[in-house]
Design a protein. Structure first.
Length: 266
């Protein structure tokens, strides 16, 4: 009814070009210190596209998705991270994403080994820095489940959408390595050093957090639903022009058809 309320509703309405994806971090009914520190480190990596709730919530989202769907809708977030501690799963982080107001994919990753960012002496990057992401390991290509998990992690950590990236703007590097049902997350500070050529020499200094995950549970969308969620609006799809092509250098090539020439008058 108010102007501010109308602006909020307009901002949440579907758009041809959507806003950058924001994440919601939620704590379960119980969280041990490892989970609390991991949530805080990931929160700092995601800022400013993130909101963290302080209260504990007795959710069991693999059994009932409704509470987390309501939270995601309330705070206008399409990504979520749920941390909890139970007797069966002492240190659990659930990464998930939604589509059209409902859970699309989620994966439960158990923390096997954790080292907080504050335990590294490497200077941290400014908040809001877009990271460079790397998925290592053949499992991310050969295993369909691990491939989808890698896509979820990229979706969660990719940061804001930008048109161009300066070399000096690449200040952080996040690596995910898959091996035998394990995912090793490492975060590095990128340093551009002087070299004998115009291309600088790159050094990586680990700045944390460093987390060893074990893939526990997954709830992934069907191929048809996943394809529908990735579909682009027609307004963004370039119209195909007949007899037009493009080479590797970006040059447009066209084929022109001429009518039969009258050679009698030549």
């Amino acid at each position: 009814k108010t102007r501010k309320g109308k602006r909020v509703l307009d901002d949440r309405a579907p758009k041809t070009v959507e806003n950058d994806k924001s994440a919601l971090i939620v704590k379960g009914s119980k969280t041990n210190q490892t989970v609390v520190d991991a949530l805080l480190d990931i929160y700092m990596l995601k800022k400013p596209l993130v909101r963290q709730l302080k209260r504990h919530n007795p959710f069991h989202i693999f059994d009932d998705e409704t509470p987390i769907e309501k939270f995601v809708d309330k705070y206008d977030s399409s990504l979520f991270l749920f941390g909890s501690s139970t007797k069966k799963r002492p240190s659990s982080l659930i990464f998930g994403r939604t589509h059209d107001g409902h859970i699309l994919d989620m994966v439960d990753l158990s923390i096997v080994k954790f080292k907080s960012a504050r335990d590294f002496e490497t200077p941290k990057v400014p908040l809001g820095t877009k990271p460079c992401l790397c998925l290592e390991g053949t499992e991310f290509e050969s295993d369909p489940t691990m491939k989808r998990i890698g896509n979820i992690l990229v979706d969660f950590f990719k940061g804001p959408t930008v048109e161009m990236i300066r070399l000096e703007g690449l200040e952080s590097f996040i690596s995910f390595t898959a091996k035998e049902n394990m995912i090793y997350m490492r975060v590095y500070r990128v340093l551009l050093m002087k070299s004998a050529t115009n291309v600088p020499r790159i050094e990586l200094l680990e700045m944390g957090p460093a987390i060893d995950f074990k893939v526990d549970r997954t709830k992934l969308a069907s191929d048809s639903l996943y394809k529908a969620a990735c579909r682009k609006p027609k307004a963004l799809m370039s119209k195909r022009r007949k007899n037009m092509s493009e080479d590797v250098f970006g040059n447009q090539l066209a084929r022109v058809h001429l009518g039969k020439q009258n050679t009698d008058a030549i």
